[in-house]
Design a protein around this ligand. Structure first.
Ligand code: KE4
Length: 430
């Protein structure tokens, strides 16, 4: 595959950008690439790199592009808004429209504040929880990633996990001293933390379906235990639904599993491919946010018209009848194809899937936690990834990320991916 232009662009990027990329996982180091692919354009579920190589995409820009690229409603609303103005630093009807859509869709959300990234959303939600409770400790789960604000960079998942940096330089001891780590799905561990420090815990934050150690679903009773312990000890339960929001159900994981958080953070899909984040939840908690309350939070481009237009158009398209049945069907077909290919070759793998997000782990499994995810054969995943790329299939360049299914995938796309995976497992790589 000719990737000469990507190589040249990467050499130039290294002159101006740390590591030549604006987010570490894009460097594709986790899959042994000499340089990342530079993408030129996308349409439907296909992307083209700058050398003209075409791929069926299963990354969806890490989640936002659940409709695929070029959806007429999204593009139309963006074009219309660009002509009217891209940013005013003042309220617009668009942010009311998106806020209403979110509040109507998400059972736990009574008030919602827009921000510009998932990191901002989780950072703000934790500040609000600390302000509301007057407490300082925050419980997070090992392997979950909530963006890169200091308090979370303690055995985080996603980029930090992929770079095998369990902690980040620059994060102070004081900051992580208020972060308590528990293994994902470890109800007993969480119970013990509450027994020891319950009255100091401001919040428990988690991905209700983990996507940043690869996909790890909640074990039966885990979300309920988080809810019950937070209720009993007066802590705020925060569902980080930056990935799962509008992906695993119209109302997110809280609807799919029937467990209501006190606060929820959103991002990705609600911006339809534009920079976005949001945090929201119970009215009495959200009313503490400035200017109504005294917990400060702000942002120049919060609620910016372009992200609001793209986000509202995306949610309106997702609200169409049959959307989540189709996402479930697409996800199941991908999962079944992978299981069949591995089984035919007698290769022990684990496929974890919730709706339209899944991960193929190169280990026997089960994979219910970060410790178990780490047992995956990263070198095998990297070789599989490169094989799939050669066959025109673009997967997340890390074993510890999620395959993000989009509605734009066609039967032909799924057949292409299944054939390529089947050849991998049947051949030397499998
Ligand atoms: P951003 O700040 O990247 O918009 O969102 C941070 C974030 C928060 N919460 C969850 C559950 C997330 O998955 C993320 C970001 N996800 C990663 C991929 N798993 C973004 C990709 C990247 O870092 O380049």
């Amino acid at each position: 595959m000719d990737t000469e232009t990507s190589a040249r662009l990467f050499a130039e990027a290294l002159e101006y950008i740390p590591g030549g990329v604006n987010s570490p996982v894009r460097a594709m180091k986790g899959v042994g690439m000499p340089h990342p692919l530079f993408i030129a354009r996308a349409e439907g579920a296909h992307i083209w790199d700058v050398d003209g190589n075409e791929f069926v995409d299963f990354v969806s820009s890490w989640g936002p592009m659940i409709l695929g690229w070029g959806h007429p409603e999204v593009v139309g609303r963006l074009k219309e808004q660009v002509e009217m103005g891209t940013s005013f630093g003042a309220p617009t009807a668009l942010e009311v429209e998106l806020a209403r859509l979110i509040c109507e869709a998400m059972p736990s959300v009574e008030l919602v504040r827009m921000v510009n990234s998932g990191t901002e959303a989780t950072m703000s939600a934790v500040r609000v929880a600390r302000g509301f409770t007057g407490r300082e400790k925050v419980v997070k789960f090992i392997g979950c990633y909530h963006g890169h604000s200091d308090g979370f960079l303690a055995a985080a998942g996603s980029g930090v996990l992929t770079l095998a940096l369990p902690d980040s330089p620059g994060v102070t001891k004081g900051t992580t001293a208020d972060t308590i780590l528990v293994e994902y799905n470890d109800v007993q561990g969480l119970d013990e933390v509450f027994a020891a420090e319950g009255e100091q815990i401001a919040a428990v934050i988690l991905e209700p379906v983990a996507g940043n150690m690869g996909v790890v679903p909640p074990q039966p009773g885990f979300l309920e235990a988080c809810r019950d312990l937070c209720t009993r000890h007066g802590a705020v339960l925060v569902f980080d639904e930056v990935i799962t929001g509008f992906r695993v159900a119209w109302g997110g994981a809280q609807e799919r599993y029937g467990v209501m958080p006190d606060l929820v953070t959103l991002g990705k899909i609600i911006g339809g491919g534009l920079p976005v984040g949001a945090f929201g939840g119970r009215r009495e908690i959200m009313e503490t946010v400035a200017p109504l309350g005294s917990t400060y939070q702000a942002g120049t481009l919060s609620g910016n018209p372009l992200a609001m237009a793209a986000g509202a158009a995306t949610l309106r398209a997702l609200a169409e009848p049959g959307t989540y049945e189709r996402l479930e069907s697409l996800g199941a077909r991908v999962e079944d194809g992978l299981r069949a290919a591995a089984a035919a070759a007698g290769r022990a793998v684990t496929v974890n899937r919730v709706g339209a997000m899944l991960t193929l782990f190169f280990c026997e499994g089960p994979v219910r936690s970060f410790a178990e995810a780490k047992a995956a054969d990263i070198a095998a995943y990297a070789a599989y990834w490169r094989h799939m790329l050669e066959r025109g299939v673009y997967l997340a360049p890390s074993q510890f990320e999620a395959t993000m299914i989009s509605l734009a995938l066609t039967d032909a796309d799924l057949d292409t991916a299944a054939a390529a995976a089947g050849d991998w497992f049947a051949g030397a790589g499998g």
